[in-house]
Design a protein around this ligand. Structure first.
Ligand code: DCP
Ligand code: MG
Ligand code: MN
Length: 348
């Protein structure tokens, strides 16, 4: 758990980052938006340093690290611990809250309510709580779904999906986005972007998606569907999958069937670039790109970059504006006037 979310732990600041990440996880459980943001920014900034940061002053000189975080970094380096974290970890409901928050489809309010009802373990929930179908699946496969996926397995899972897709329609293109595209050593799930030349609406691809899901379900690759949506902004399918033993990349004796989260997103060619930016992330990077568009009087979403968006009081949109660019990732960067960033540089 912790520091290795986006990989590379031979980093000179790895131990500092691990503690900051624990603190960040704690604030995530508190829904403390500002602190979460500050910690995540500091963590990504620190991760990019090639030398070990030992003093508050050194830390402060790095863009993205504020004064208070800088002091905490010095405390961690000097003492090997962080007092604030230790206090946090001693709060009565802390562990239960973290346990519950890692269940699929469970947010802070839900977790808090269960704690108030006196539930302390996953068994309590299974026996006594009122669970949605997806929460039950999340609990029954808790271990699996909270284990990060090694990069080699993401690739092996990708091959299985590509193979099935090519049997259905060889002109459909599949790309793995998310943390995998950012170069991460491990991923929380596998994010597929599915597109096809000549399409201008994701609905043109839904028959393909239906067949793909059917095929992968009957082969046993997909184990369960968790959520589907068919909106104009793109159709998506969320569920779980298991790598077949035959496709296991390592020594077959080490194979264990592990449930993995998989997301499939249908995107027409006309929106491919914008969807790619969105689905590559990370989420902080997406937020900053959207904010930048907003400041320039434009709007960026997962379908495209738009200009002349008319807004009324309170920022309410009067119209969608005119499409500037949707197809091409690089052209969206250009139109926004920002320097191109490779996926592995999109931390925040
Ligand atoms: N995304 C976003 N805002 C969110 C959720 C997602 O902008 N609230 C975008 C950015 C993410 C991408 O979608 O990179 C994929 O979402 P994931 O939740 O799968 O996140 P990652 O793939 O980045 O990380 P992980 O390895 O945990 O899956
Ligand atoms: Mg992902
Ligand atoms: Mn995902």
């Amino acid at each position: 758990k912790g520091g290795s979310k986006d990989g590379k732990d031979d980093n000179p600041n790895a131990d500092t980052i691990a503690i900051l990440q624990d603190m960040c996880d704690y604030y995530t459980g508190q829904n403390d938006t500002w602190r979460i943001k500050a910690y995540r920014q500091a963590i990504s900034a620190l991760r990019q340093q090639s030398t070990r940061i030992t003093t508050s002053q050194e830390a402060k000189d790095i863009a993205g690290i504020g004064e208070r975080l800088a002091d905490k970094i010095e405390e961690i380096v000097n003492t090997g611990r962080l007092k604030r974290l230790e206090a946090a970890l001693q709060e009565p409901d802390h562990e239960v809250r973290e346990l519950f928050l890692k269940i699929y489809d469970v947010g802070l309010e839900r977790a808090q309510k269960w704690i108030q009802q006196g539930y302390r373990t996953l068994e309590d929930l299974l026996e006594k709580a009122n669970l949605t179908r997806n929460q039950r699946i999340g609990i029954e496969h808790y271990e699996d779904l909270n284990t990060r996926i090694p990069r080699a397995e993401v690739e092996a899972l990708g091959k299985c999906v590509r193979r099935a897709a090519a049997d259905i329609d060889s002109r459909v293109e599949l790309l793995i986005g998310g943390s995998y595209r950012r170069g991460s050593d491990t991923s929380g799930d596998i994010d597929f972007i599915i597109t096809k030349k000549g399409t201008s609406s994701s609905s043109e691809l839904t028959p393909f998606l239906d067949r793909l899901v059917d095929k992968l379900t009957s082969s046993g690759f997909l184990t369960v569907g968790l959520a589907t949506s068919r909106s104009s902004g793109g159709s998506k399918w969320h569920g779980c999958c298991v790598l077949p033993k035959a496709d296991f990349p390592g020594d077959k004796a080490d194979y264990k069937p592990i449930w993995r989260r998989i997301d499939l997103l249908l995107v027409p060619e006309t929106e491919f670039g914008a969807a790619l930016i969105y689905f590559t992330g990370n989420d902080l990077f997406n937020r900053s790109m959207r904010w930048l568009a907003h400041k320039k009087g434009m709007r960026l979403n997962q379908r495209g970059l738009y200009r002349d968006v008319m807004r009324g009081p309170g920022g309410i949109k009067y119209n969608e504006g005119d499409l500037v660019e949707g197809r091409d990732e690089k052209k969206i960067f250009e139109a926004l006037g920002v320097q191109w960033r490779e996926p592995h540089q999109r931390w925040c």
